[in-house]
Ligand binder design. Structure first.
Ligand code: SF4
Length: 439
């Protein structure tokens, strides 16, 4: 049962020493109750208090981590129902299913295609996280061979999909030293699957037809020594899946209901179901086939949902070279909001015209927003011109301001008296024409 802020405060040293970064123990207790800080931030808690607080301070959804050679996929540790309340932390792992009915050549081909797939989105490389190897006929030899084949193609984490403990064991034997996810323990096989997960330090998916049975089963498995669990509620239609996953998340976060305080896995049968699983609230998602036209929008959706809404995606401030500029080429100015940066950079790059792009630190805001917030003004632009030694790179001292902030040109002339200040177009799409006609 979660403790209130006052109950937590009574267990703290109450010295107000500030070592945790908060002015008082009470302020720290309130943050701990809201699950916005870790208990470890206070170095002075007694051992007996730690035990009492551990349960209360544990995240409402357990962190489950799959590891393989050089890769890790984490799910859980979420503390809010809605992204706008705070943020979502661990993006759901996207896995591609591989059936052991496929030939070795087919597994290798799919494995390599998935492993090498990268989609660049606003400067971020998005990738598929791993594979779910499914035992189609319950044959231990075939299953182990399929796991071995996928390991030749990729080192990314695996989910082993099989309800037979002996067959699953054959697959696990290939994965020495890894922490895979076993799918699945149910009302019939849970004892054997739990033993297997314990012996192999694997995480375990638990499935049941309804939430009551699911929570009973997680409690039994936890008591038997496996705590890294993943929930697999029955796979009903889209609407029921939404209700069920929302109920699980709500019970875990709002009611601190520990038996359902685990990430969930989804096996969507359509792109719409996969999108729903990203948004509400899967920790692992297994898609049936690899198709870039399906995977790309899912990865982009995931990236957007799991970006902290309070922290815009930013690029590093600096002087960027586009199309190998020479000293006489123009210097364009913009902000470090990544969508703004890529809008400008892509237009200039696509035009084939060389330019220097001076990206100023505007705390990740777009041009107009940053200007309105006082984060993109003549002083900051002049500071960036000096900090990135722009004068050493160009032979003609000339900067082009975005048209939306034409109002800054007078002030910038005062800040940079020996520079020519030009005002460019308002929209990035008009930059190439402006460069050809006016520069
Ligand atoms: S570090 Fe611990 S004892 Fe010190 S103010 Fe924070 S909560 Fe209180």
């Amino acid at each position: 049962m979660a403790l209130s802020g006052i109950q937590i405060y009574k267990l703290l040293p109450q010295t107000n020493c500030k070592d945790c970064g908060f002015p008082t123990c009470l302020a720290f207790a309130m943050k701990l109750a809201a699950k916005q800080v870790e208990l470890a931030a206070c170095p002075h808690v007694s051992e007996s208090s730690k035990t009492q607080l551990a349960e209360s301070s544990a995240p409402p959804i357990r962190l489950v981590s799959l590891k393989s050679d050089g890769y890790e996929v984490k799910a859980g540790n979420e503390v809010v129902l809605f992204r706008h309340d705070k943020t979502f932390y661990n993006r759901p792992g996207l896995f591609v299913e591989i059936s052991d009915n496929l030939s070795e050549a087919e597994i290798l081909a799919t494995g390599k295609a998935v492993d090498g797939y990268t989609a660049n989105y606003v400067g971020i490389d998005l990738k598929v996280d791993g594979f779910a190897v499914r035992s189609a006929v319950g044959d231990a030899g075939k299953f182990a061979a399929a796991v071995k084949a996928i390991r030749q193609a990729s080192k990314k984490p695996l989910i082993l999909v099989c309800t037979d403990a002996a067959v699953t064991s054959a697959g696990l034997a290939v994965l020495n030293g890894e922490s895979p996810l076993i799918h699945t323990a149910n009302g019939q096989n849970w004892e054997a699957m739990t033993a297997l997960a314990r012996q192999n330090k694997a995480s375990l998916v638990v499935s049941a037809d309804n939430l009551d049975d699911l929570s009973d089963l997680t409690e039994k498995i936890k008591a038997a020594g496996v705590e890294d669990l993943v929930l697999s509620p029955a796979s009903p239609a889209l609407g029921q899946a939404l209700t069920q996953s929302t109920l699980i998340r709500r019970l875990a976060i709002k009611k601190n209901f520990r038996p359902l305080g685990y990430p969930a896995i989804a096996f969507p049968k359509s792109a719409a179901a996969a999108a729903q699983a990203i948004v509400k609230y899967a920790g692992f998602i297994v898609i049936e086939h690899f198709a870039p036209e399906i995977v790309y929008p899912l990865l982009v959706l995931r990236q957007n949902i799991y970006t902290d809404p309070q922290k815009p995606i930013q690029v590093q401030p600096g002087l960027y070279e586009i199309n190998s500029p020479k000293p006489e080429d123009p210097v364009l100015v913009t902000t470090n909001f990544s969508i703004t940066y890529f809008s400008v950079a892509n237009e200039v790059e696509g035009s084939g015209l060389p330019a220097w792009l001076l990206v100023t630190d505007a705390e990740g805001m777009s041009v107009l927003t940053a200007w309105a917030a006082g984060k993109f003004d003549a002083e900051r632009i002049a500071k960036a011109v000096k900090a990135f030694n722009v004068a050493d790179k160009v032979s003609r001292k000339r900067v082009v301001l975005p048209g939306h902030v034409a109002v800054l040109s007078g002030e910038l002339e005062s800040e940079l008296p020996d520079w020519e200040i030009r005002v460019g177009p308002r929209e990035a799409v008009d930059i190439p024409a402006f460069m050809k006609q006016a520069l």
